[in-house]
Design a protein around this ligand. Structure first.
Ligand code: PLP
Length: 372
């Protein structure tokens, strides 16, 4: 977490832990903190304060967008095959449609339009929601949401367009994303805020049915006692991320290029999975020929380098990446996938250490294979 976000939340954990829905003075103060945080989030996202709904995490925001749209509008949910499981599994749960992607992980516009036409035909169920992530969590691909919006408006004019922007906040000015969508999801822990707090932006007022029903908090859109400390910290982290984004994008793109070029100069057979011009600065996903990620990650962990192959799943078990499979990456290439990412705390010294650790580990594994 960003130190400023920790500082911001402490008063609401230590001193004023009142419930912001209460009536006494401490409750009113907590309420004010939630309202001010809502204003700050709205400012960074480029929406009105009353369009911001605080949720319990990014997964909840994604679920609310899709399940809430299907419940309110009827019809099918549609998403590309590379979505995070917080979207993909929900679309599948509702019997929706999954659309193919290109080699860089971008949704295929022709396939999307054809799917929407088919669902919208006279004997079709219609389309409730199309969900396309702003930035892919595994390989970093950026979506042109203006183009997706044009396709949706043309081929499914009654549908809502949702974007999972959980991985976008650090890299994209959200004010340029929001105008193209109806619904947008964020998660605090992806930009230096705490885990367990998220946002769903519902542009133009309530667009979907609530997922969590109870005491009527968040103007009946998301019941449950507010996580005041988490909300205040999320807003603080987002405001700083927003202010630093332009300079961080330049700094981190340089570090990312140093990392990938460093690996390629030390090792043969290192391929950058998505070209830099199609992805965010913080993503250095590579496939390393002749090694298996599981063994590589084990050696990297020993060397103090924390990396992963795909996304973190609940079991921690290694599963083949659905993202790489959808992109058409051959299975033996995908087996050597290494998902290195950079962010606000990354330094040149860390990158050089990372290059050294990966190169040493890969050399060891390749020597072992050759000796067999
Ligand atoms: N969507 C994307 C793209 C993510 O990367 C993640 C988390 O890794 C989520 C959704 C889920 O967010 P949360 O962990 O807050 O539930």
């Amino acid at each position: 977490m960003r130190p400023e976000a920790i500082e911001a939340m402490m008063p609401y954990l230590r001193g004023n832990y009142a419930n912001p829905s209460g009536a006494h003075r401490f409750a009113r103060r907590a309420r004010q903190a939630v309202d001010e945080s809502r204003d700050r989030v709205a400012e960074a996202v480029g929406c009105a304060a009353n369009e911001v709904v605080f949720t319990g995490c990014g997964t909840e925001s994604d679920n609310m967008a899709i399940t809430g749209a299907v419940s309110r509008l009827g019809g099918a949910a549609v998403c590309p095959a590379v979505e995070h499981h917080a979207v993909l599994h929900v679309v599948e749960h509702h019997g929706g449609r999954v659309v193919g992607v290109d080699h860089a992980g971008g949704v295929d516009p022709v396939a999307l339009a054809a799917t929407l036409d088919e669902l919208g035909a006279d004997d079709g169920p219609g389309v409730a929601v199309v969900s396309v992530m702003a930035v892919n969590n595994e390989v970093g691909t950026v979506t042109d949401l203006a183009a997706i919006n044009r396709i949706v408006r043309r081929h499914a004019p009654g549908a809502l367009l949702h974007t999972d922007a959980v991985q976008a906040a650090c890299w994209l000015d959200l004010r340029a994303v929001t105008p193209h969508v109806d619904l947008l999801s964020l998660s605090g822990h992806k930009f230096g805020g705490p885990k367990g707090v998220g946002v769903l932006v519902e542009r133009g007022g309530p667009r979907v049915d609530p997922l969590i029903i109870g005491g009527g908090q968040e103007r009946e859109r998301r019941s449950g006692t507010h996580n005041t400390a988490g909300i205040v910290a999320l807003a603080e982290a987002l405001a700083i991320t927003d202010a630093e984004r332009a300079t961080e994008n330049v700094r981190i793109a340089e570090l990312r290029d140093r990392l990938v070029k460093g690996l390629q100069s030390r090792l043969d057979g290192v391929v950058e999975t998505v070209p830099p011009e199609r992805k965010v600065a913080g993503s250095a996903h590579v496939c390393v020929a002749g090694v298996e990620s599981e063994a590589l990650l084990y050696l990297l962990d020993e060397a103090g380098v924390c990396a992963s192959a795909a996304s973190a799943c609940a079991s921690g078990a290694m599963e083949p990446s659905h993202v790489l499979a959808a992109m058409g990456v051959e299975r033996d290439v995908a087996l050597g996938a290494l998902r290195l990412t950079l962010g606000a705390t990354s330094t040149e010294a860390e990158v050089d250490h990372g290059v050294d650790a990966v190169a040493t580990a890969v050399d060891r594994l390749r020597e072992r294979t050759a000796a067999r």
